[in-house]
Design a protein around this ligand. Structure first.
Ligand SMILES: [Zn+2]
Length: 459
């Protein structure tokens, strides 16, 4: 049975979808004005594991996962103005990069990727509902949500209105009835995208984007709403207020899930500290699967400390699993069901550290087993890896992956010469070639299907 920690009720609860034939999940997606940083990648990978687990449980077609693309935003406008290009040039460029980077991290594409600019009418409709129902008011070209007209405002984040003001993250403006009231619609500045509306030409606030797209794409209430812990307030609190008040319903999302912060070697990641890590750059030297392993190495709700050691350790862990598979690569297996122990670990609020321990246990069984049991053990390890988005590479390709093309070509030539030398029983020559490979940092492993190789671990 799947149990998930719900931020709203502050407890782990059994997950029961409203309709098991259509399980809905929404995760706040990227604002496309630059490359995603590693902190942005954490929820993508975490909720990808949940997506895979839900598909495993309810069937591939029964799970509808939507992740939005924010393509109207101040930062996008600024970037376009700085480069002197159209906004679409910026949003297309960085959405493409986002897809490529998240693909490399082994994340499945969501079922739906609604764009904010395609949903302006839906946003205006929801704002209209809020005004009509007395939950929003127009003032000086803005439309604001009236927080005092929704007594349950603050329920998700556990804050009351006074605390929100003390937090001082709220913007004070003369046209607001209360400092915590937030923007649903605002006038555009010159040069910014602009849409006509009943409240004047302008553009939507950020929060209305998600609640309008959730209503339009998934229907309310949804089963699971996810995102980083930093989104609980104000973003999710505001989405929730909008979604509920637009229709007077008592539920917007049935389960709220938030992943913890990602720190850089004990420090907060920030531009001013110069410690921002970008997967787009990292992927030039580190396999995406290693980054994925690192991102899932701690429990998703706990803070994750991102360090060079974490990346190295993650690579070693995957080497160990691929090593076990490489030794049985001559054994053919079909697709199997993931073993119960791995499903159980993930079903306990996505306990990925426990699931990792199960993967190693499966690798050990594989190494110790013989005959028909070996094939079953291999199928188990592959199916468990597949459920988590790991181990889909050919072991040889995995180990050779860190070698560049030149080195790869050189190694292949030497291996062929070695086979020829051995066939001619020229042992001194075969040994000499092995020495040459060793000097190149290559480990040769002789197996029943011929020799395989991998790069030695960096010391
Ligand atoms: Zn959102």
């Amino acid at each position: 049975m799947l149990k998930l920690y719900d931020t709203m009720t502050r407890e782990k609860r059994a997950f029961e979808p409203a309709d098991p034939s259509r399980v809905t999940m929404y995760v706040c997606g990227p604002t496309v004005y630059g490359y995603a940083h590693i902190g942005n990648a954490r929820p993508v990978v975490v909720f990808d594991v949940l997506f895979r687990l839900l598909r495993q449980t309810y069937g591939d077609k029964a799970v509808v996962y939507a992740r939005n693309v924010t393509d109207v935003d101040d930062k996008i406008n600024k970037k376009a103005a700085d480069e002197g290009v159209d906004i679409k040039v910026i949003t297309d460029r960085y959405l493409e990069a986002y897809h490529a980077d998240m693909d490399a991290l082994g994340a499945l594409r969501p079922t739906l990727e609604p764009h904010a600019t395609d949903h302006i009418a839906a946003m205006q409709a929801q704002i209209g509902q809020l005004v009509e129902r007395g939950h929003a008011y127009a003032a000086e070209g803005h439309v604001l949500f009236d927080t005092q007209a929704f007594p349950e405002y603050g329920q998700l984040s556990g804050r009351n209105l006074d605390e929100m003001i003390a937090g001082a993250r709220v913007e004070v403006a003369p046209y607001k009835r209360h400092a915590a009231d937030f923007v649903l619609w605002k006038p555009s500045k010159p040069g910014e995208p602009v849409w006509e509306s009943p409240w004047g030409a302008g553009r939507p606030g950020w929060h209305i984007e998600c609640s309008a797209m959730i209503e339009a794409q998934l229907g309310l209430p949804i089963d699971i709403h996810g995102g980083g812990i930093d989104l609980v307030f104000p973003h999710h609190e505001n989405e929730l207020a909008q979604g509920r008040c637009a229709h007077g319903t008592d539920s917007y999302a049935r389960y709220w899930m938030h992943n913890g912060f990602l720190d850089m070697s004990g420090e907060k990641m920030s531009k001013s500290l110069g410690n921002v890590v970008i997967p787009h750059d990292l992927l030039k030297t580190v396999p995406g699967e290693v980054l994925r392993w690192a991102l899932l190495s701690g429990h998703y709700r706990a803070p994750l400390d991102w360090t060079p050691e974490l990346i190295e350790q993650s690579r070693r862990n995957l080497d160990r699993l691929y090593g076990a598979l490489q030794r049985v690569q001559d054994i053919e297996v079909g697709e199997g069901e993931p073993p119960a122990a791995v499903v159980e670990a993930l079903s306990d609020d996505l306990n990925t550290p426990k699931a990792y321990a199960e993967l190693f246990a499966l690798a050990k069984i594989l190494e110790l087993s013989k005959g028909a049991e070996r094939a079953a053990a291999k199928a188990d390890l592959l199916a468990a890896g597949n459920l988590m988005g790991f181990l889909s590479a050919e072991p040889d390709a995995w180990f050779a992956g860190a070698a560049d093309d030149d080195l790869r070509a050189k190694v292949e030539v030497l291996l062929e010469q070695r086979v020829a030398a051995r066939a001619a029983k020229d042992w001194p020559k075969a040994d000499a070639i092995r020495g040459e490979l060793d000097a190149l940092g290559v480990v040769v492993m002789d197996g029943p299907a011929g020799a395989t190789w991998r790069l030695k671990e960096p010391a």
